[in-house]
Design a protein around this ligand. Structure first.
Ligand code: RB5
Length: 144
């Protein structure tokens, strides 16, 4: 896996899974910055999504991971930031192709939707898969 720095964040619906993913990142020696939240107190997910998305859009981190209850609110909010391609995923095939074809730069997960073992498999696939470029780059350029 190429060396990369990850911006990670969650709301109260995704706190437990965010902590689990941080343990995975530490175990695999992957650098990360935690943008919160740091307790399970209820918060508004767009605030965290914006912080992580800005970090990635400005090139301070290579990729982002956002966890909420469904992954949906986080992806909707993150995609408002120019240059962000956030995807909410529930399977490893989409995880692989979202990187290889879509060059997704933020992964969103729903703690209330998938179990932690599947979530970690998705994280693993998503982080280790590179963008294929070529014809896919033309399409990403069209989105941008
Ligand atoms: C919080 O209750 C929940 O709405 C949030 O975590 C997320 O699922 C929104 O998309």
């Amino acid at each position: 896996m190429e060396k990369q720095k990850i911006a990670i964040g969650c709301d109260h619906g995704g706190f437990n899974l965010k902590e689990t993913i941080k343990e995975y990142l530490k175990a695999h020696d992957i650098e990360f910055v935690d943008f919160g939240i740091y307790t399970k107190e209820a918060c508004d997910y767009p605030i965290v999504a914006k912080a992580v998305a800005n970090e990635v859009a400005q090139g301070k981190c290579d990729k982002g991971i956002l966890v909420c209850g469904t992954g949906l609110g986080m992806s909707l909010a993150a995609n408002k930031i120019r240059g962000i391609r956030a995807v909410s995923l529930e399977n490893t095939y989409s995880a692989r192709v979202s990187r290889a074809h879509n060059n997704a730069n933020i992964l969103c997960l729903g703690e209330r939707v998938i179990g932690e073992h599947l979530a970690l498999d998705i994280v693993d696939m998503w982080l280790k898969t590179g963008f294929e470029g070529g014809r896919h780059k033309r399409r990403i350029d069209m989105i941008e």
